[in-house]
Design a protein around this ligand. Sequence first.
Ligand code: IPE
Ligand code: IPE
Ligand code: MG
Length: 261
Amino acid sequence: MSSSEDQLNQHVPQHVAIIMDGNGRWAKAQGLSRLEGHKQGAKRLRDVIQWALDAGIKQVSLYGFSTENWKRPKLEVAGLMTLLATILPLEISRMQDKDVRFLTLGDTSKFPWLARKALEKAKNATAKNTTMDLILCLNYGGQQEIVDGVRRFCLSWDEAEDKAKTLAELSPEILYSFMQRDGVLPVDLLIRTGGEKRISNFHLWDAAYAELYFSDTNWPAYSRDDLTQALDDYASRERRFGKTSEQVQIEEKVIPEEKSA
Ligand code: IPE
Ligand code: IPE
Ligand code: MG
């Protein structure tokens, strides 16, 4: 790979997280039911996998159902669960062909049996794939995930020989290890569709240094062009992680030279 290609790839986010919002508003504007909006939204799943693969992204996480979405009308919640159980099995062979590994985040143990079965099947069938991860976040809440990590830490602290030392040494890295989520990368780019500008409890931990991008397009209408715009915007940003712009610029010059040496 030439050093210019190398530099270009630094500007492709490894982990893109998407808050797929606006299904209901899209449906309302078309005179359709909210569930029809969710159905059209679910169809974008296949597209987004392909666009992300084409862009060289390593991990895509999609917010499908939040811990707060249980507050929605029972019929809508049931419709979303049925949709999951019907759409997911249709995507397995495509994910296999494209070498995509399917994973989930969030506690799906209270989901209906059919939905849980579909999730298990998709995970098992794609477990060995390595080109890209698709992480569907279901009954997911960033706060809940941190609380679960703290709970597990406390249980292990309780059994620690030197409790004072264990507590004094607690660090973000150690707490993270208790969050039990193999292979989830830090979020580089967090996209929210549908025009709202909030995070709604998504990836509170992983998005600590994410670049945020808000798109006005409602999720069912989201296109390859919309994603390209977000990726272009990301590529133009300078990620400093606490350093100064001058430090970052020096590092960007030095690293490609070191690689080609
Ligand atoms: C996002 O679309 C999908 C889910 C939360 C499941 P919404 O259903 O939130 O759509 P709006 O925000 O009402 O338009
Ligand atoms: C966030 O969207 C959750 C998902 C996209 C699954 P919501 O529509 O539920 O978020 P709020 O309630 O508007 O913040
Ligand atoms: Mg919404």
